[in-house]
Design a protein around this ligand. Structure first.
Ligand code: NIG
Ligand code: FE
Length: 411
């Protein structure tokens, strides 16, 4: 049996419970002073306070002295497009000259550019590149993440992307949840035939992905010029009938009804929501759908910020993620998204910690395993180079994670 003891923790701060936290509870964290944590075989066994050490600490094989610093659960990254070929730095001059995100996509660039490069990339190239991203994420304090497909847009290449994620879940310390996002854009070969592409996904791709067990969730980009509400509904209904859990990119750029559909379909999460209105929020509240908010994308696209305070007031669970992708957010820093959560969403540090731990964990179906520091959960922690969450949310542009512990091992 391998035992890990983390002692001399200045403040151990964590939400409590394995369900999405909403309203007042979003801002409720347990704060334990002068704490210690004992873990056995990668699982949390006992937590103590006031300088006491847990029973059975004596023969711990590894002891970490937190030197009075803040310790939180490992961060959970609930929304990424981590597997892709190439990059898109050539889009910046186009953006600066006035082209919008949707203009670039409509002209065959944007996501479609990445689709071409992803189709050209081998399994090994994608595997190696994604492994590098996962290594960086661990250093940034992230211990579990979601990965979406959606740059293959045909059977062969969507399967290739999802197999990369699956193999990395086996090989890499990071816990990975996969989402099939075949409805990310309309590929060149279906240009002008969006309904036919949706039928292709529903009849040929979704059943195959399900049969092969390659993804737990299904996602779609419901947006002007991409997939409209009826097309999105057809795809989501098929996915639901096949047993996928649902996610949706909704109201990212224009409010066309995606968040209302999320509520109607009982989606686990709706993501982006920059342009959401009261009707969409009412539908999400009714269904208990989590708002997966992506403030670094608002920043990078030069958009406004989702109405997080209103969502918390209404009782919608709010999660924060990065949206890492080569177009609208080429940054892996969930910490930067947390800074934006503080300044732009005006969320309190406690609310932000809930957003990047238990609420993200529930948003990717991992709430029973990760997202809080409680006995029985995975021993995933961050030791911060900070005395409290206020400091973590206030500093930006530096990596404030001093040490990351995954499954009871210092990584
Ligand atoms: O969440 N909006 C759609 N998908 C991604 C961007 C993907 C890309 O531009 O490559 C997003 O922002
Ligand atoms: Fe996204």
């Amino acid at each position: 049996m391998s035992k890990l003891l983390i002692k001399n923790i200045g403040i151990l701060q964590t939400p409590i419970g394995s369900y999405p936290h909403k309203g007042e509870e979003q801002g409720e964290n347990r704060k334990i002073k002068n704490a210690a944590i004992l873990c056995e075989d990668g699982i949390i066994k006992e937590i103590t306070s006031d300088g006491k050490l847990p029973n059975g600490s004596g023969n711990a094989g590894m002891i970490i002295d937190a030197e009075g610093k803040l310790v939180t659960p490992g961060l959970v990254e609930g929304h990424t497009h981590l597997v892709f070929g190439g990059y898109r730095q050539h889009e910046i001059p186009l953006k600066l000259a006035g082209a919008s995100y949707l203009d670039i996509l409509a002209a065959g660039g944007g996501i479609l550019d990445t689709v071409r490069k992803t189709r050209e990339s081998s399994f090994k190239e994608l595997y190696d590149k994604t492994q590098g991203f996962l290594d960086e994420m661990l250093c940034l304090g992230i211990t579990a993440c979601e990965i979406k497909s959606g740059y293959g847009l045909d059977l062969e290449n969507e399967v290739k992307m999802l197999k990369v994620a699956k193999k990395l879940n086996e090989d890499h310390p990071m816990s990975i949840v996969s989402t099939f996002m075949g409805a990310h854009a309309v590929p060149d070969e279906y240009k002008g035939r969006t309904d036919e592409f949706i039928e292709f996904l529903c009849n040929e791709v979704l059943p195959h992905i399900k049969e092969e067990g390659l993804a737990e969730f299904c996602d779609v980009f419901c947006e002007t010029g991409v997939f409209d509400v009826p097309q999105t509904e057809r795809y989501m209904q098929t996915a639901k009938d096949l047993g996928f859990k649902l996610k949706i990119h909704a109201d990212e750029i224009e409010e066309i009804g995606g968040s209302e559909l999320a509520g109607k379909m009982g989606a686990v999460s709706a993501e982006h929501l920059i342009a959401i209105g009261e009707k969409g929020m009412a539908a999400m509240k009714q269904a208990g759908t989590t708002a997966m908010l992506l403030p670094a994308t608002s920043f990078y696209l030069g958009k406004t910020f989702a109405p997080a305070r209103r969502m918390i007031e209404l009782g919608i669970p709010v999660a924060i993620a990065s949206d890492f992708n080569p177009g609208s957010c080429p940054s892996l820093s969930l910490q930067f998204a947390m800074n934006l959560g503080y300044l732009k969403y005006r969320m309190r540090p406690e609310e932000i910690l809930t957003a990047v731990t238990i609420n993200s964990a529930c948003g990717i179906g991992m709430g029973d395993k990760v997202g809080t520091i409680e006995p029985g959960k995975q021993a995933d922690f961050v030791i911060w180079d900070a005395p409290d969450m206020e400091m973590v949310c206030y500093r930006f542009g530096s990596n404030m994670a001093l040490e990351t512990i995954k499954n009871g091992i210092l990584v």
